[in-house]
Write a protein that binds this ligand. Structure first.
Ligand code: NAD
Length: 296
């Protein structure tokens, strides 16, 4: 039986780890703050007391952590994954981090014979629960094929997009598209509410045309119902807009609309809304239209 060490049991990691158990893997999970392993244990997985316990002896180690420093610390730190690894072990980082940080992880892994992949995901909490994530993978082709059965237990679209770091570059583009989509959906819903049309009917018909999108399907109800429970925290999307802004600058590319949405996300984080779902971009747009009464 393949043993998977799974580090980072948050909004995404917990359901992904549980899906791996359902797929027949022996999963040993660790999260820094306690109480996060409940779902994994309920699904039949095991809880580890530290990174070492989760990673040592595992055939595959998966990390699903917030940001680049978290991944670098957990993987390359003194008591990190690589300090207790064995040659041939597969290390799959599924967090969204800087492409350069993924290349650093891959180089440190290669130095001790560990095969690393960057495999960030898209599809949100619902996609993680349903096991239908889209996974963009960077690394060596043979390692991607070795990891494919594991990745296909948590996702339905698994695509090898290039060398180490390429998965993160594609994920940065994903986050740019999602941020812009959410902002324009929010603007449209503020506009529709203010115009007094039947909102449910409007959203239904918009969803069937060119304006339809997964963002509309999954986020319109949050906006209409003012339910900004994460989902995907604005603080994490703020991190991702930083990643894509820097990567675009390095590529010599301007992203004018992305830059504007990045500022709106930054404003929400600055006013203390970083733990809300990114659909709260709607709330800022609503607040900017100050003369509008709240129709609730
Ligand atoms: P989260 O904050 O809910 O989960 C991260 C978990 O990692 C937390 O439970 C935290 O306690 C744990 N953690 C942090 N440092 C740790 C350490 N040193 N050792 C062990 N555990 C540690 O975040 P999330 O929403 O699950 O996102 C995880 C990653 O996936 C992020 O990079 C995010 O950008 C990306 N992502 C999130 C979504 C989403 O919709 N939530 C979608 C796609 C990608």
């Amino acid at each position: 039986m393949t043993t998977i060490g799974f580090i980072g049991l948050g909004i995404m990691g917990a359901p992904m780890a549980a899906n791996l158990v359902t797929a027949g893997y022996d999963v040993v999970g660790f999260n820094r703050s306690p109480d996060k392993a409940k779902d994994l244990v309920a699904a039949g997985g095991r809880e580890a007391a530290c990174v070492t316990e989760a990673a040592e002896g595992a055939d595959v180690v998966i990390t699903m952590l917030p940001d680049s420093p978290d991944v670098l610390g957990v993987v390359t730190g003194p008591d990190g994954v690589l300090a207790h690894s064995h040659p041939g072990q597969l290390l799959i980082d599924m967090s969204t981090i800087r492409p350069e940080a993924s290349r650093q992880v891959a180089a440190a892994a290669a130095a001790v014979g560990v095969r690393a992949l960057d495999a960030p995901v898209s599809g949100g909490e619902a996609g993680a629960r349903e096991g239908v994530l889209s996974i963009m993978v960077g690394g060596e082709a043979a390692d991607v094929e070795a990891a494919r059965p594991v990745l296909e237990a948590v996702g339905t679209t698994v695509v090898h997009v290039g060398p180490h770091g390429a998965g993160q570059t594609v994920k940065a583009a994903n986050q740019l598209i999602v941020a812009g989509n959410i902002q324009l959906l929010g603007e449209a819903i503020v506009f529709l509410e203010a115009s007094g049309v039947d909102l449910d009917a409007a959203i239904r018909v918009l969803g069937g045309g060119l304006a339809g999108s997964t963002v509309l399907d999954r986020k319109a109800a949050n906006m209409v119902g003012r339910d900004f429970t994460p989902g995907f925290r604005l603080a994490l999307h703020h991190k991702d807009m930083g990643i894509v802004t820097t990567a675009a600058r390095e590529a010599g590319v301007v992203i004018p609309l992305g830059a504007a949405v990045a500022q709106l996300i930054a404003a929400l984080v600055a006013r203390g809304d970083g733990d809300l779902d990114h659909s709260a971009l709607f709330a800022l747009t609503h607040d900017l239209s100050t003369e509008l009464p709240d129709p609730r």
